[in-house]
Design a protein around this ligand. Structure first.
Ligand code: ADP
Ligand code: MG
Length: 390
């Protein structure tokens, strides 16, 4: 994978595929985290005198739909860059080519319309990929968060572009996660949570072979606790994953990896109760749901993290969106933010919990990706990265 830093960009037309998939409410960007994360590559290209165009998807439109236009994103990008940002309401074709050609190198940026307005985008249509490639002299993939998709603007275009390179954000994401997977400073601790074992079983199996300590919380832990014979009441449990959970517990034995599961839970009849009741995992009432891990588990996990050199965290410890069941996630977030020397986090809801607590700056790296982050950690090769030759 060649880095954008290695290329001569002066007066070249550079097309950057970024992931600017941000929440937009009433025509305004409500969280610009991903736009800010994309700035270093855009600035680098500008500083090197390139004609810079940026493309991205936004949401999941079914065809052209103005509610999913990138125009508000272009406006916010202009504010953040402090320089003129032009928006073109199309993604490919002559008018786009003309706009890119007429850019003043290093002085302005062009944002294209949502790539998912093009019917061929998600099918990785070859014509569309070639059309993107013709728009530029250099194609840059900086959209790590989209790189698990074999789409025309991510993968296809890289096969036809005259020159191609990895952007700074994509490089940083890949390097950080590779380092955790392949050459971490030990002990390496992995904290996993979230809603389902089924969406993360590949991740668990891959990380189990590499990590020194595995700490599991969230609804995911419910399935493991039930597999161990506990009564989970009306909690979210994946009964079809009980056998898998037992296999995981079995393979931990003698592997040298220490597995920690919660010892208490925050329970309630449902998420709407005014406060959680904390009980040991052996005493979850029949009518209750375990919606969080309890304070004893937070302490257990905190001690479990002690002495770690590398910590990877994905998945909330409970239904933290509701204040009654946020204690576990917030407690563990603080514990992780103080543990080890290299701290990496990722995942949509995990990022949100870190953001709410204002703990982002205490992490060495926070992935901007959800699906791509999980697939990379499962050990899968990502189409967008393969297309770059990496
Ligand atoms: P991420 O996006 O960080 O990878 P997930 O998508 O796997 O995380 O899971 C996040 C969701 O899991 C949160 O919205 C949270 O409410 C839910 N969750 C976590 N623990 C529980 C639980 N015990 N019961 C119900 N939902 C839970
Ligand atoms: Mg999620």
């Amino acid at each position: 994978m060649r880095s954008i830093e290695k290329l001569e960009l002066k007066n070249k037309r550079v097309l950057i595929r970024a992931d600017l998939n941000v929440p937009v409410k009433n025509g305004e960007v409500s969280d610009d985290f991903r736009i800010r994360a994309s700035l270093p590559t855009i600035r680098l290209c500008l500083d090197n005198g390139a004609k810079v165009a940026v493309m991205s998807h936004l949401g999941r439109p079914k065809g052209k739909d103005s509610a999913y236009s990138l125009k508000p994103v272009a406006e916010r990008l202009g504010e953040l860059l402090g320089m003129p940002v032009r928006f073109v309401p199309e993604t490919v074709g002559e008018s786009v080519a003309r706009e890119i050609g007429s850019l003043e190198p290093g002085k302005e940026v062009l944002v294209l319309e949502n790539v998912r307005f093009e019917p061929g985008e998600e099918k990785d249509d070859e014509h569309l990929a070639k059309a993107y490639a013709q728009l530029c002299d250099v194609f840059v993939n900086d959209a790590f968060a989209s790189s698990h998709r074999a789409h025309a603007s991510v993968a296809g275009v890289a096969r036809f572009a005259e020159e191609k390179a990895a952007g700074l954000l994509l490089t940083r994401e890949v390097m950080s996660l590779k380092w955790v997977l392949e050459d971490p400073k030990r002990p390496l601790s992995v904290v996993l949570g979230g809603a389902k074992v089924s969406t993360k079983i590949g991740l668990i199996e891959n990380l189990l072979k590499k990590t020194d300590r595995l700490l599991i919380g969230g609804a995911m832990a419910n399935t493991f606790l039930k597999a161990l014979g506990h009564n989970l009441g009306k909690s979210l449990v994946e009964d079809d994953m009980l056998k898998k959970a037992l296999e995981v517990l079995e393979s931990v034995k003698g592997s040298g990896c220490t597995l920690l599961l919660p010892c208490d839970a925050g329970v309630g009849e449902g998420p709407d109760v005014p406060r959680a009741t904390y009980v040991p995992v052996g005493m979850i009432p029949k009518e209750a749901q375990a919606l969080d891990i309890g304070p004893a588990s937070v302490q257990l996990f905190k001690e479990g993290l002690e002495g770690s050199m590398t910590v990877l965290w994905n998945g909330p410890m409970g239904m933290f969106e509701v204040p009654s069941f946020a204690l576990g996630t917030y407690g563990v977030a603080f514990a992780v933010s103080q543990a080890g020397a290299f701290r990496v986090a990722g995942g949509g809801e995990t990022d949100e919990a870190i953001e709410r607590l204002g703990l982002a700056s205490t992490f060495s790296f926070i992935s901007t990706a959800g699906g791509a982050f999980l697939e990379f950690l499962e050990g899968k090769t990502l189409p967008g990265i393969v297309a770059l030759g990496g």
